[in-house]
Design a protein around this ligand. Structure first.
Ligand code: ATP
Ligand code: MG
Length: 310
């Protein structure tokens, strides 16, 4: 289990992490989401002892990284797949890591097998594709067979097969009861992988909830309705919710249930050709949650109040 409590990290004038508190529980894949610059990588680096918090704590199984007796046996991370010596073979990279951490060398071939690196393990890292580097990085994270795993954007640049592979690997870890924290900007992927999500913006917590609950959130519910009397129906629905005209004869209603929309249409004797709740996407929910926290938006910085979250 990873526990982040009142974590703050200041870099000069930049507050990268600002009083962040959340737990990452075992047996689940927890997605770590937030706009560029939100503080995800900084938080992960602090958990891994690569950076010091300005205040607050980050612990793994109750201890800060620096106090772990045998760190690689407790936690593994893929943070920056570029940070490997290009002239070494993948196998040599793993052997050095194993030796310097007192892990049995036999683990090297096991993890090479586990990540499917195969014969490429005997080639120099400089000739690796991005996907091969990601696999090697994951192999290194697994060396000590740790119960806690952190992955910073592991699907970045991977091909379709690679993305599926990562999905299966993370799912497998969680099903074995391990703790898995994974950051990504790919919401469709996160919707498939994550059981839970922690959303941050400008270093502060925006949401910490089960993916199912986020998708079912009451203010996220949208109803699609089609009627030849769409305009008149829209006028009647305006009282209860927000109504958007999506195409001729079609409305999308927010803030009402399908039953309420149907009852109003029935009372006014408007024919309905379609009435259904729109299946919620994590992307839609995420955009609504982070609308006020986007620092690097298309078309310039967000004009919303500084630090405002919901
Ligand atoms: N070593 C550093 N020195 C100075 N500022 C830093 C440093 N590392 C991160 N920052 C700043 O801290 C903030 C958070 O950065 P961080 O990399 O943690 O964000 P992120 O959520 O991982 O973003 P992305 O999605 O783009 O990877 C940014 O404003 C960044 O510029
Ligand atoms: Mg990052």
């Amino acid at each position: 289990m990873i526990r982040i409590q009142q974590l703050t990290k200041q870099y000069g004038a930049t507050r990268a992490v600002d009083g962040l508190t959340f737990d990452v529980e075992p047996g689940k894949v927890t997605g770590f989401l937030g706009p560029n610059g939100a503080g995800k990588s900084t938080t992960m680096r602090i958990v891994m002892g690569l950076d010091h918090p300005t205040s607050g704590t980050a612990t793994i199984n109750g201890k800060p990284y620096a106090d772990l007796h045998s760190p690689l046996r407790e936690v593994g991370a893929l943070l920056d797949p570029g940070a490997m010596h290009p002239g070494r073979t993948g196998r040599a990279h793993l052997r050095i890591a194993a030796r310097s951490n007192g892990l049995p060398i036999s683990r090297v071939d096991e993890v090479i097998e586990h990540v499917g690196l195969g014969p490429a393990a005997r080639r120099r890292i400089k000739g690796y594709s991005l996907g091969m580097r990601q696999r090697l990085g994951i192999a290194a994270a697994l060396l000590g067979d740790p119960q806690v795993l952190l992955f910073d954007e592991p699907v970045n640049g991977l091909d379709v097969e690679g993305v599926r592979w990562i999905r299966d690997v993370l799912r497998g870890f969680a099903d074995e009861g391990r703790t898995v924290l994974v950051s990504s900007h790919l919401m469709s992927e996160m919707q498939l992988i994550a059981d839970r999500v922690v959303v941050i913006g400008r270093g502060t917590l925006i949401a910490d909830a089960d993916v199912g609950d986020i998708l079912r959130g009451p203010d996220q519910r949208r109803i699609r309705v089609r009627s030849p009397e769409a305009d008149a129906l829209a006028a009647a629905l305006h009282e209860g919710g927000q109504v958007e005209h999506t195409r001729p004869g079609e409305l999308v209603v927010t803030g009402m249930t399908a039953t309420e929309v149907g009852d109003i249409a029935h009372a006014l004797r408007f024919p309905l050709y379609h009435l259904a709740e729109i299946e919620q996407s994590l992307e839609h929910a995420y955009l609504a949650l982070t609308a006020d926290s986007v620092e690097y938006a298309v078309g310039g910085p967000s004009t919303s109040a500084e630090g405002e979250t919901r």
